[in-house]
Design a protein around this ligand. Structure first.
Ligand code: GLP
Length: 261
């Protein structure tokens, strides 16, 4: 696991966008995994700037979303499909038909989860998965207690996550759906490169557990320690609980220039 701690406020987004740009340069039809939440916004904004400048194109790329609320009406602004359209699709040149998400409005939710797993496999799997992290250590919507081998399925959100996300629903916790569909931890671990971004002190304990804690379903993100290619981009506040922060900084400063992300 590579841990990169940035002191400049917008550096995290630029570095993560560098990793994505490099992948798309090598492989223009690459499959990206896109996350919702506020953390990846700096990445999508940076990708949008690069597309507008003509230095990057996602025209041949595909993208899979991590998760979706169950039951939010198709036109609800917080339906993740709509959030991803506004925050990612509309900023870059990806074909919206090549962006897929689990169907939180399906009559057969279990069938929709199986179909989603098949769709990921049929495109050859995800090359680079963008991730945020919840304050309770969840990734996608894999709440504490999730099986570390789980696949795409329905989950019940914790009251902590619903409180955290109430800010997107006008502060009304009761408006946040109780259920979601989410890629499982086992699904996420099959992506070839995992890029996690976190900022702010609220994430510091979850980030400490992710990088340095024992692997446990109590902190689902700790499963990333089992993956051979993970890059964690942090600001100094999110890195403030790391025991080996100075080692990660030294490692990054001494990184050979030929070695990308
Ligand atoms: C949401 C999403 C996650 C995201 C997390 C953190 O619940 N399902 O994918 O990583 O919360 O969100 P934020 O980046 O806004 O703190």
């Amino acid at each position: 696991m590579e841990v990169v701690i940035s002191t400049a406020p917008d550096e995290t987004g630029k570095l993560a966008a560098d990793a994505i740009s490099e992948l798309l340069r090598r492989q223009p039809g690459a499959v990206l995994g896109v996350a919702t939440g506020s953390s990846p916004l700096i990445i999508y904004d940076e990708l949008g700037r690069r597309v507008a400048q003509g230095s990057l194109s996602l025209a041949r790329a595909h993208a899979f979303m991590l998760d979706e609320y169950v039951g939010l009406p198709a036109d609800h602004p917080q339906r993740y499909r709509n959030v991803i359209r506004e925050q990612f699709i509309d900023k870059v040149d990806i074909d919206p038909k090549q962006v897929y998400g689990p169907d939180g409005l399906a009559d057969d939710l279990a069938g929709a989860c199986e179909a989603y797993e098949r769709a990921i496999a049929d495109t050859g799997g995800i090359d680079l998965q963008i991730l945020g992290i919840g304050t309770d250590g969840h990734i996608a919507f894999n709440e504490p207690g999730s099986s570390l081998a789980s696949r795409t399925r329905i989950k019940t959100l914790t009251s902590q996550t619903r409180r955290d996300n109430a800010r997107f629903f006008g502060g009304d916790v009761d408006a946040v759906p109780l259920h979601c569909l989410t890629q499982g931890i086992g699904t996420i671990l099959e992506s070839r490169h995992l890029v996690l971004v976190a900022s702010g002190r609220r994430k510091a304990e979850a980030v400490h557990q992710l990088v340095e804690g024992p692997i446990s379903a109590m902190w689902p993100a700790t499963a990333l320690q089992l993956h051979p290619h993970v890059t964690v981009f942090l600001d100094t506040a999110a890195a403030s609980r790391l025991q080996l922060a100075s080692y990660y900084i030294e490692t990054y400063q001494g990184k050979p220039s030929w070695q990308g992300f």
